[in-house]
Design a protein around this ligand. Structure first.
Ligand code: ADP
Length: 242
């Protein structure tokens, strides 16, 4: 089994952001995590990827307990992630941004920030793949928001992760680039990568995902294929308060 949590819990002061969440994601599928604002999706992501240490519960990946491990160890285990507010270096070029996602090899590399020629080639390859290789020498701040998301994804792909967690990949992105991101996710999934996507754009969630997990008040309240989840009365209640 791929990625799973059991009884995962995280409170901030009196607010229980993630409340005994037990979730199993489907291996080599596109999984979506949806839920109203404040339902704990980002905190859940942060606990899984080591950005936040959970108060209790466990996270396991490929049969190994990775609970509370540091983000770089989670990444080394094969889980890559993007952020809701894109994390890039605005004054570095597109190419430098993708290269910043890998550690320069050896002491000399660390001192000079030198990158091996094969890293540069791989960076170019991913930039080509996400469709922004023509912007290689442009400073990242000059990209549109959607292009910045593609750049962030190229950086994530440099680590060749088996599992990719995307936090709102379509948020603030124009429709043409949403299509590009969706196509890329489908292609990368067809090549064997597992996706876990937090997304508010319901049309995208319904068309993209194989498996949907719905959060409400820190807990998963429903899961299943998109059309089943969409018709679930508990989900309608969480969203509409009916
Ligand atoms: P979502 O991603 O579904 O919008 P969040 O995980 O961001 O939900 O938030 C869940 C709850 O936890 C909210 O009530 C939010 O205000 C609270 N919360 C999240 N992060 C913090 C924090 N760092 N400090 C205090 N409260 C937080």
């Amino acid at each position: 089994m791929n990625l799973a949590t059991s009884g995962l819990t995280k409170s901030f002061g009196g607010v229980c952001a993630v409340d005994h969440a037990t979730v199993e994601f489907q291996d080599r599928k596109i999984n979506a995590v949806i839920g109203p604002n404040g339902s704990g999706k980002t905190t859940f992501f942060n606990c899984v990827t080591g950005m936040i240490r959970p108060d209790s519960g466990t996270v396991s990946y490929q049969g190994r307990d990775v609970t509370g491990k540091a983000p770089h160890r989670i990444a080394a285990a094969g889980i890559g992630r993007s952020f809701q507010l894109c994390r890039i270096f605005p004054r570095m070029t597109v190419r430098e941004n993708v290269l910043a996602a890998v550690r320069p090899r050896g002491l000399a590399g660390l001192l000079r920030s030198a990158h091996a020629a094969d890293d540069v080639e791989r960076a170019r390859g991913w930039l080509r793949r996400v469709g922004i290789d023509h912007l290689e020498d442009v400073e990242a701040r000059n990209l549109s928001y959607g292009q910045q998301k593609l750049l962030e994804l190229a950086g994530v792909l440099m680590a060749d992760p088996e599992t990719i967690m995307l936090d709102e990949p379509a948020g603030g992105v124009n429709p043409a680039l949403i299509d590009r991101i969706a196509t890329l996710v489908r292609e990368l999934n067809a090549e064997g990568r597992t996706f876990i996507v937090v997304e508010h754009n319901m049309e995208l969630v319904m068309s993209l995902s194989d498996h949907v997990v719905v959060f409400d008040r820190g807990r998963p309240i429903a899961e299943g294929p998109p059309d089943v989840v969409r018709a679930d009365p508990a989900v309608l209640e969480a969203y509409l308060g009916v």
